[in-house]
Design a protein around this ligand. Structure first.
Ligand code: SF4
Length: 711
């Protein structure tokens, strides 16, 4: 019988996980589109997901390394053999009292992830599968108004009123990593009379649509916005009534004292935005019906906590918390625990981060998930012995990726690899699998069950989404969640007493009165419908210790961090002579090589996309000074590495900056391993080389560094 139907599921070509519909004809996925129940849209990456599903390059069965790590030589094994290898090594680790030297690096899409449960049962650490990205923003918002913000996902642009102001600061929502609805929602808001300001050293698609592009010195955002706050506060242009009612007593006075010398003129000298423009931006904020801010690259430099803190302060003094067009403060609807709950490792005892020359300094920065780059440090100092990785690609996407690759091949005094077992799950060949001992073939979003519970992702209009198989799984693939449940049943049957992943998700969903079946009946989506606005008014308080907004971070007074510093990241403030350019990386809509998403997708690398090279982009003013012409091959060198690349000239980058698309450099797979490209992470220092500089000023300067350029 001919069957042709649209089935709701979730896109997974990037971590935005948009709700989609897949058209399936006689067991074959023919096309995909956004799910209208979630105001759905799809981007080009999402549409190319069908190409990954049916790619001849897919990993089809489990593989075991036969050569040395890094050679990329494997032999086929069975699933039983693969599970035996993992079980044996993890049992051995536990018997040695070293359970905590196991890490699973995964992208934490969902609190419902059974892999997370397995790590807890095994006594290991969970790692983010990425650097910390915008965790500084999360920590800053938590410290200031006690709320888990929209992680990565932008403010609710569809609520921005006429006269509202949208500020994108180092943020490229038209390029990637966002709900595919966001670009449309921003443009719709503009069409109804909101303004868009883009602050960025590089002019991308967002700037082309903006009312105003402000080219800024990378890392200057904290200074720029302190100048804005100075103008608002000293000219009585802030929301006094809101601050009087909601800010903790004493904080406004102390803020006034702190801000007194952060004049636009003074801040201008740091961020290189003219003082008159800082004043103009401040006036726009004062006059706007609402203000929302979103940042991504700019919150990934080494002064991220300062910028996150200023960002929080600006939202507060303009009264833009949980209002239409401002910063949403989501509520969290609790899923039911699957009992008995396995004990997580004691992070207070073991530390939130297992390594680094002075790891105790991170006590203030205790984001509970380790960034993946700690793995390299931990292997070096012997505190990581078993490493599993899903949906991440540290050999390519980590700062100092060369150092990471080296760590994977380090040997102990007996000549054995220091990292005793490295397991990677992948859909397509990845750079990271070259160093793996076991490669497990994963399933695409068209073949697997997965409950995605994202309590803070209100942008979608849903909170839980169900990824469901729309066709029979291909080859011998198994989803990583199912593999970990199977391993859990072998090793920790008390914690894995449920039948399978579906029963596990059913138990979790019962906490909000839902089930997998009910979710399917509802089009694969569920929301508690509590997004609302100004929820703190109903509650009569914010979720902070004082119940008020805490502008001053008094708990950090002892280390002098109760107020944000305007200074650029330390890394940008030195070596200017030898390395005169600041490297800024950016992404394209076509590609996202940081996870198992779009790597080796032929549709995203066809000649039309023009991505057979990633030239270094510099301003013609700089090129003239250096005697460099368009298309010249140049060496781009940092203090830790160098690459050869062609040059592209553009006035759309601030002089003194060098732009490079992130995500190139792969040598595995027919599609990825072609073209004239190099990875930006070859230039960025390994985390271990500057861990001692990373404190409250922001964690990792992991997307930028100083470089020089010569022929
Ligand atoms: S934004 Fe990401 S999840 Fe959404 S359609 Fe595009 S690739 Fe898919």
């Amino acid at each position: 019988m001919h069957r042709n139907e649209w089935i709701p599921t979730v896109c997974y070509q990037c971590k935005a996980e948009c709700a989609i519909l897949a058209r399936v004809e006689d067991g074959v996925v023919k096309e995909v589109k956004g799910n209208p129940l979630a105001r759905g849209k799809m981007c080009v990456k999402g549409m190319a997901g069908v190409t990954t599903l049916y790619s001849a390059e897919r990993l089809k069965y489990p593989l075991k390394r036969v050569g040395e790590r890094g050679e990329g030589r494997f032999e086929r094994i069975t699933w039983d053999e693969a599970l035996d290898i993992m079980e044996k090594k993890l049992r051995e680790l536990r018997e040695r009292g070293e359970a905590h030297t196991f890490t699973y690096s995964m992208f934490p899409h969902s609190t419902t992830d059974p892999k997370w449960r397995f790590v807890n049962a095994a006594g290991g650490f969970i790692s983010t599968g990425l650097p910390h990205c915008d965790s500084a923003k999360i920590m800053a918002h938590l410290h200031t108004f006690g709320c888990f913000p929209n992680h990565h996902i932008a403010p609710m642009y569809y609520t921005v009123p006429k006269g509202g102001l949208m500020i994108l600061s180092g943020r490229h929502p038209f390029g990637c990593l966002d709900d595919a609805c966001v670009p449309r929602d921003i443009l719709n808001a503009k069409a109804r009379g909101a303004k868009l300001v883009v602050i960025d050293p590089i002019f991308r698609s967002e700037a082309a649509k903006a009312d105003w592009w402000i080219p800024i010195k990378p890392g200057g955002d904290a200074a720029l916005f302190l100048g804005v706050c100075h103008y608002l506060l000293t000219n009585d242009l802030y929301d006094k009534a809101f601050c009087e009612k909601w800010v903790r007593p004493g904080d406004m006075d102390n803020l006034m004292a702190f801000i007194a010398d952060k004049t636009p003129e003074k801040m201008s000298r740091i961020c290189e935005v003219p003082a008159a423009d800082i004043v103009r931006l401040a006036k726009m904020c004062a006059e706007a019906k609402s203000v929302c801010i979103d940042a991504f690259k700019s919150i990934m430099y080494g002064n991220a906590m300062d910028w996150g803190h200023v960002w929080s302060i600006l939202l507060v003094i303009t009264g833009n918390l949980d209002n239409p067009g401002g910063q949403p403060l989501p509520e969290i609807a609790p899923m039911a625990p699957v009992t008995p709950v396995p004990p997580a490792p004691n992070l207070k005892e073991l530390g939130y981060h297992r390594t680094g020359p002075d790891k105790n300094r991170f006590d203030h920065y205790n984001f509970i998930l380790e960034p993946t780059w700690y793995a390299a440090q931990a292997v070096k100092d012997g505190t990581l012995k078993v490493f599993f990785a899903s949906e991440c690609n540290p050999a390519l996407s980590e700062m100092g990726s060369g150092e990471w690759r080296k760590a994977m091949t380090m040997r102990d005094e007996k000549g054995d690899y220091k990292l005793e077992l490295f397991v990677v799950t992948e859909i397509m060949p990845s750079e990271t699998m070259k160093w793996a001992d076991l490669v497990l073939p994963d399933q695409t979003n068209f073949e697997r069950w997965e409950l995605l519970y994202m309590p803070w992702w209100y942008n979608y209009g849903h909170t839980a989404a169900l990824c469901r198989p729309v066709i029979e799984p291909l080859h011998e693939t198994r989803h990583a969640n199912r593999v970990m449940i199977e391993l859990g049943k072998r090793m920790f049957p008390e914690y894995f007493a449920f039948k399978d992943d579906l029963e596990y998700y059913d138990i979790e969903l019962s906490g909000v009165g839902m089930s997998v079946e009910k979710l399917m009946d509802g089009g694969g989506l569920w929301s508690p419908g509590t997004a609302g606005f100004r929820k703190y008014e109903d509650a009569g308080k914010f979720n902070t210790a004082s119940g008020k907004i805490e502008l001053e971070w008094r708990m950090y007074a002892d280390i002098g961090q109760q107020w944000p510093s305007p200074e650029l990241p330390l890394e940008f403030r030195r070596g200017e002579k030898e390395f005169p350019f600041i490297l800024v990386n950016f992404r394209t809509i076509f590609l996202n090589n940081t996870g198992a998403w779009s790597q080796n997708n032929a549709q995203l690398r066809d000649p039309v996309s023009g991505l057979d090279a990633n030239p270094v982009v510099i301003n013609p003013i700089d090129a003239k000074r250096l005697g460099i012409a368009e298309g010249d091959m140049v060496t781009v060198a940092s203090s830790t590495g160098e690459v050869r690349l062609p040059v592209a000239l553009s006035q759309r980058i601030k002089p003194g900056c060098a732009g490079l698309i992130h995500g190139f450099g792969q040598t595995m797979g027919k599609v990825a391993a072609r073209g004239n490209w190099a990875g930006d992470n070859e230039l960025i220092a390994d985390a271990g080389s500057h861990l001692d500089e990373q404190d409250l000023r922001g964690g990792e300067a992991h997307v930028a560094t100083r470089v020089n350029i010569h022929k």
